[in-house]
Design a protein around this ligand. Sequence first.
Ligand code: MRU
Length: 418
Amino acid sequence: MSSGSTKTANEPVLGAFRITGGRSFYEAQSVEIIDQLVLPHTVRWETVDTIAGAFDAIKTMKIRGAPAIASLAALGIAAELLALLNNRASPSFSPETLSSPAATLLAALLDRTAYLLTSRPTAVNLREALTRIEGAAREEAARQGATAESLARKVVDVAVGVWVEDKERCERIGNNGARWILEKLEREGTIEQGEKISVLTVCNTGSLATSGYGTAIGVITSLHLQCRLEHAYFAQTGPYQQGARLTAVEMASLGAPNTMICDTAIGALLGEKKVHLFVAGADRIAANGDTANKISTYQISLLAHHPHPYSPNRPVPVLVAAPLTTLDLTMASGREIEIEQRPSWEACTVRGRVEPAKEGEEVDVQTVLITPPGTTAWNPAFDVTPASLIEGIVTEVGVAEKGDAHEYDLRRFVEEAT
Ligand code: MRU
C-alpha cells in the first residue's frame, strides 16, 4: 500500500473506494480507499494494489463494514492478478506462475484467500466473496484447456464483480427498506400518507462501509431523497466511534437532518422523542434471523421493543438491512457466530485531535488514553440480536418477515426470492 493524496474533510465523501489512474479498475489496476482511521479529521486516500495491502487495511480498520471488507479483499486479489498478467511485479504470484499449469496458480491463490480470510472473523461477506473467487478458480482449473492465464483472467472478472455488484444492490436495499417501513406505518395508521418519519441507526453502514450508498444508511438515504425523512438519529457507537467519526460525515454530506445520540442516551431518546424505526446493518445473519452487528445493536433493539411507559413510541420496529451475501444459512442460529474480540487498548483510548482541521491542513490524529494505565477492557466488536426482536430483514430482493410461527425461514426466503 502506498500513501496517496489528502483533501479536507468537509468535501462530500462519496464512498470508501475510488478509482484513479484509469477509467476503470482494469485500467487503473489498483483502488484507492479512504483511510477511515483519520476520519473525520481529514480525508486521506491510500492506494491498495496488493493482497497484503488489502489485508492490512482490513485488519487495522482503515476500511471496515462487512460489504466494504469483502470488496477490498476481492480487489486486492484482482490487482495482483492484473499485475501478473501485465508483467508487473506481484508479491503473491511469481512471474513463472503464468507459464505454469493452471493448478499451480490455483494453489498459490488458495493460499492467499486463506490468508485474507483471517483478517476479520465476524462479517460473513468476506468469506462469501472469497468462496466465490475460489469456486470460479477451481472451476476454471478443472476446465479442459485451462491455462494459468485463463484462470487469472477469470478470477479478475469474478473479483471485480464482487465490488461492482455491491455498488448496484445497496440502492435496492435502501429503496426496499424505505418502502417497507412507510407502507407498514401507513397501513397501521401510525403516520398519515406522505408524513415524514424519524429513524434511529447505529454504527456506520453507508457509503464508507459498502461499495456505495449503504445498507441501513441506504434506507435513511432513500427516505431523505423521497422527502420522507423527518430526522435521523445515530448512535455514537463506542468504543470505536463509528457513528461519531463516520456516520456524522455521511449525514453531513447527505444533507439529512440529523443528531448524534450517546450510546448511553438511547433509552432516553426513545422515551422522549418520536422515533418510527430502528434500522441496523449486519455482519452475519443466521438462518433463523439472529443477527450479528456492531456491539450495542442488541441493547438498542431491546429498548426499541420496550420503550419507556411515558414514551411517545409504541414498540419501535427493528429492521435489519443487508445484502443476501450477509445471510449465513450454514448457521442455524446466532449461537454459532464467532464474535471478534478487539484489543483492550481500543476501548481505553479515543482517537482525535484538539483543534478541528483547517482547510487543506495535513493532520496527525492522536490516540489518547482515557483510563488509568493498566485498565483492561472486555471489548467484543459485535453482539447478536435475537430474531425475536427483529421485525424485518431487508435485502436487495425484498424484505423477509416472520411467518405464522413468528420465526424466520430465510432458507425459503432466499429460494423464493432468487
Ligand atoms: O467493526 P466494523 O466497523 O467493521 O462494524 C461494522 C458494522 O457492524 C456494520 O453495521 C456492518 O458491517 C454492516 S456495514 C453495511
